[in-house]
Ligand binder design. Structure first.
Ligand code: ZN
Length: 147
């Protein structure tokens, strides 16, 4: 029994709205993410590039860091959309989170956490975190960090 239902279409819509805020003057690659919390809130994130490149941040991590910085640590799903700003919306490809973002997800989410990769509100795939990051190294692997 889930307290909060996951509505992929709503999350995808929010991810596209987040993508509008992407700051990608160097790559032109614009990413939007919408993170659903266990209690039903949605945090949006976009990628934020830097001229120095290394400080750049992915849309997924932006959403996670916004939520965690406000005290939220339980999540159910994230929708992710991305593509070059010049690519027509009807030609977007599925966009999966990078390895660094998958590792951040592992910090806060169970393997059943859902990752919705979408081309549109009606064209999407749902994967679990354990599918996208099998044999993950997580908090349980660091005994000193346990509560
Ligand atoms: Zn990433």
């Amino acid at each position: 029994m889930e307290a909060t239902a996951i509505d992929p279409r709503q999350l995808i819509r929010e991810a596209f709205a987040a993508r509008e805020m992407a700051y990608a003057p160097y790559s032109g690659y614009c990413v939007g993410a919408a993170l659903l919390t266990a209690d039903g809130r949605i945090y949006r994130g976009c990628n934020i590039e830097s001229a120095a490149f290394s400080p750049s941040n992915c849309g997924e991590r932006t959403a996670f860091f916004k939520a965690v910085s406000e005290g939220v640590r339980e999540f159910k799903a994230i929708a992710v959309v991305g593509g070059h700003r010049d690519t027509p919306l009807d030609q977007l490809a599925y966009f999966a989170p990078c390895g660094v973002c998958r590792q951040v997800m592992t910090e806060f989410c169970k393997g059943s956490f859902q990752i919705i990769v979408a081309k549109s509100e009606i064209d999407y795939e749902i994967h679990t975190l354990s599918e996208l990051l099998p044999l993950a190294f997580g908090p349980a692997d660091v005994p000193l960090a346990r509560d």
